[in-house]
Ligand binder design. Structure first.
Ligand SMILES: CC(C)(COP(=O)(O)OP(=O)(O)OC[C@H]1O[C@@H](n2cnc3c(N)ncnc32)[C@H](O)[C@@H]1OP(=O)(O)O)[C@@H](O)C(=O)NCCC(=O)NCCS
Length: 386
């Protein structure tokens, strides 16, 4: 088997594999696009598998950490079960490291495959179906902020408004170009903005889709308000759909909106996609992340990671003068398996859960520093699917 970066010449072979795997119907015009590259595996000179890597970044502790978003993994039906996908993942690790992506995320259809190479569930991507009576029961805003449709001149302010909220939620993508084309937002059915004194106070994007009865559905992708009144105004704008729709589908971009302001009942329907994260390069990932301000401390860890030998072995995570860094050496007092690193890094699991899952060993008194480092910043989330 030979693995190499794909080129434009592989477009037909890659489309054939993805059509087979995902029922993809539209042949893309280009394979290699800005912000996206990938690998193919060849067997006997024929492309037998593909893996795509998108250039993203996720906020952790307020800092954007470059992330390799893996997607479109597909293997020829005739060569499945022979280790092609596994070999592609092994090859992707040094490639992402060379591209300065210290963490990698994917939405897995086959978690066992990715777990064997160190990815683990590390955050949520959620949609909530809000019944119309709950939409109507949302609290009335105290201040009415006039909204208007967005146009091209709003694009920078729209992204700034998103970033103001997203950088405070661990895991959210920074939607940087070129992988994300901000102008695409204007193609949506509803893009309404709430102008503020400095840029936008909020905005809402939504798309009409078929399903759920004659009238179809309304899928609200972003409901972003930088203050309570902006959020309540956007929630109130959804009441106008009461005549045609029984419910609204709301993507959870900002968890505060529904959890703290919406009139959600005791039980409601949530559709969850979990994403898995792998720490590709621990020292680089720790350097890129933001951390809470902590007193000086250190924890000695031993990283068990045969697929990323560059960070395997004894390492010391040091907090000094408000900076956190990883140095080689130390006693290896807390043993962390590769799969423990993702859920620890995002804050999705604490060291007790990791221990119970067999992914962490060592004295709990030593391990506690790992929990203090990531703090209690809420469920890590993403609101972008790839
Ligand atoms: C999933 C897919 C990429 C796996 O490719 P592959 O080359 O057959 O995978 P490998 O041979 O490297 O398998 C490695 C391990 O993954 C697991 N695995 C692979 N496919 C699996 C499946 N469909 N269900 C459950 N486990 C699976 C197996 O446990 C295997 O371990 P084993 O060797 O101990 O049996 C391939 O089946 C495919 O193209 N499927 C359709 C598209 C898809 O689902 N892609 C994943 C997108 S996230």
């Amino acid at each position: 088997m030979h693995i190499r970066e794909y080129t434009e010449d592989d477009l037909d072979a890659v489309f054939r594999l993805r059509k087979l795997a995902f029922n993809a119907s539209e042949r893309p015009e280009r394979l290699v696009t800005p912000g996206r590259h990938g690998l193919v595996a060849e067997i006997d000179g024929k492309v037998a598998g593909v893996l795509g890597i998108g250039e993203y970044a996720q906020f952790y502790g307020g800092a954007a950490v470059p992330m390799g978003g893996i997607g479109g993994v597909a293997v020829d039906g005739a060569t499945r079960g022979r280790g092609v996908a596994t070999a592609l993942l092994d090859a992707a690790l040094p490639v992402m490291r060379e591209h300065g992506q210290p963490v990698s995320v994917l939405y897995a259809t086959v978690p066992t495959l990715y777990r064997s190479r160190g990815w683990e569930r590390a955050g949520l991507f959620e949609w909530v179906e809000v019944p119309m009576d709950r939409v109507l029961a949302a609290p009335k805003p105290a201040e009415r902020i006039p909204s208007r449709p967005a146009d091209e001149s709003d694009l920078t302010a729209l992204r700034d408004c998103y970033l103001e909220v997203a950088r405070t939620i661990d895991g959210m993508a920074d939607r940087r170009p070129p992988r994300i084309d901000v102008a695409k937002v204007l193609e949506m059915d509803v893009v309404s903005v709430l102008p503020g004194p400095n840029g936008l106070r909020g905005y809402l994007t939504a798309q009409r889709e078929p399903g759920g009865g004659d009238m179809g559905r309304l899928k609200v992708l972003d409901l972003i308000g930088v203050d309570v009144e902006a959020q309540l105004n956007l929630l109130a704008s959804l009441k106008s759909w009461a005549g045609t729709l029984d419910a609204i589908d709301l993507q959870i971009t900002d968890p505060a909106t529904l959890a703290l302001l919406g009139a959600t009942p005791m039980r409601y329907s949530v559709s969850t996609s979990t994403w898995m994260l792998r720490v590709v390069d621990l020292p680089a990932a720790v350097a890129a992340r933001g951390w809470p301000r902590l007193a000086d401390a250190a924890v000695d860890v031993e990283i068990i990671d045969e697929h990323a030998p560059w960070h395997a072995g004894n390492q010391r995570i040091v907090v000094e003068d408000g900076e956190v860094r990883v140095e080689p050496g130390g006693t290896g007092a807390v043993r962390l398996h590769a799969r423990a690193l993702g859920p620890w890094f995002t804050g999705f699991q604490n060291t007790h859960a990791l221990r119970r899952a067999g992914l962490l060993e060592g004295d709990p008194a030593d391990a506690v520093v790992l929990d203090q480092l990531v703090g209690a910043s809420g469920v890590p989330r993403l609101a972008d699917f790839f």
